[in-house]
Design a protein around this ligand. Structure first.
Ligand SMILES: [Zn+2]
Length: 316
């Protein structure tokens, strides 16, 4: 591990371990505790998600697979419907610096406990998309407020690793990935800003007592994984607890890695400090597309209880 690490954003509160139960919520966010969403809004979201998924995905996978000239096609009336439902979005051209500024504001406005609560409430059922904010906020936690600077990485920012294309970004593919897997590009400032903005706009359900029990069981299972266990073993081990497919379970594990919940000695990742892109080391073993820092995880190192308290409170 070499080089200086970066800690803290300008004006961002320092890390504090909370002592109260996870019961406080940001009053600016719509929070749903008892009353379910109306049938109409559920049906509208379902229809909008169908339009979104149909744009990018078929029974054979990505519609863009093998076609570099592919562009998403959504019938205008369907696109308008999905935009109205808050599932698809007009094209935007967010610059690197704009995304960083938005992240600075969002992490000031969103309570980490709300992100943790939404993760637990939606881990065993509910919205896969609402799990994503824990990963995005995890990466953003100590991300320095910075301008786009390149240094030996070609066109990439030497701090966050993003490209400053100043071109159009397809927010709908980000929305698709968020709803299908719980996000993919959690270290990309454009995605982080998009994800946290959606999180702020969407109501969520607070976790039930059963959700919390199940999450405790998940933490105990992870903590009890035998020394040397690999990520593939962990993906298999959590299958009885976390429904969905392998890709969703991989995303859940990566999310807990971004948030610092799984201990990875020697590689702090993002929970206590921000690791710049050129210090996110690759593993010497087979590269299998796991993100940093979770790619370094091995069984036997347990759970970081400080991180658990930070995101979820003292219940685990
Ligand atoms: Zn950057």
């Amino acid at each position: 591990m070499v080089g200086s690490r970066l800690r803290g954003g300008v004006g961002f509160p320092k890390f504090v371990v909370p002592t109260a139960p996870a019961s406080e919520h940001n009053p600016s966010r719509p929070v749903t505790t008892q009353a379910p969403d109306s049938i109409d809004s559920i049906m509208a979201e379902k229809r909008a998600l169908k339009i979104l998924f149909k744009t990018y995905w078929s029974s054979k996978g990505w519609k863009s697979a093998g076609n570099h000239n592919w562009v998403p096609q959504t019938p205008p009336n369907e696109l308008a419907y999905a935009i109205g439902a808050g599932v698809m979005f007009p094209t935007r051209t967010p610059s690197h610096d704009e995304s960083i500024r938005r992240i600075e504001n969002l992490r000031r406005d969103i309570a980490p406990r709300d992100v943790g609560a939404a993760f637990i409430a939606n881990l065993f059922s509910g919205s896969i998309a609402l799990r994503s904010a824990l990963a995005s906020y995890g990466v953003a936690l100590h991300m320095p407020v910075h301008s786009f600077i390149t240094s030996g990485l070609g066109l990439r920012c030497h701090i966050c690793g993003s490209y400053d294309t100043n071109g159009e970004r397809d927010l709908n593919v980000l929305s698709f990935e968020r709803h299908k897997w719980g996000g993919v590009r959690h270290a990309d400032p454009t995605y982080i800003a998009f994800d946290l903005e959606r999180f702020s706009a969407e109501s969520d359900h607070q976790p039930s007592a059963e959700n919390r029990r199940d999450f405790c069981a998940l933490l105990q299972l992870i903590g009890a994984m035998p020394a040397g266990a690999r990520l593939a073993d962990l993906v298999t081990a959590i299958k009885p607890l976390v429904p969905g497919g392998t890709a969703q379970r991989r995303c859940v594990i990566a999310t807990m890695g971004f948030a610092g919940i799984l201990r990875i000695p020697g590689r702090p990742g993002f929970f206590r400090e921000f690791t710049p892109v050129n210090e996110r080391e690759e593993t010497p073993w087979y590269k299998d597309d796991w993100e940093y820092p979770i790619r370094w995880w091995r069984g036997g190192h347990g759970i970081d209880h400080e991180a658990v308290s930070f995101w979820f409170g003292h219940f685990a």
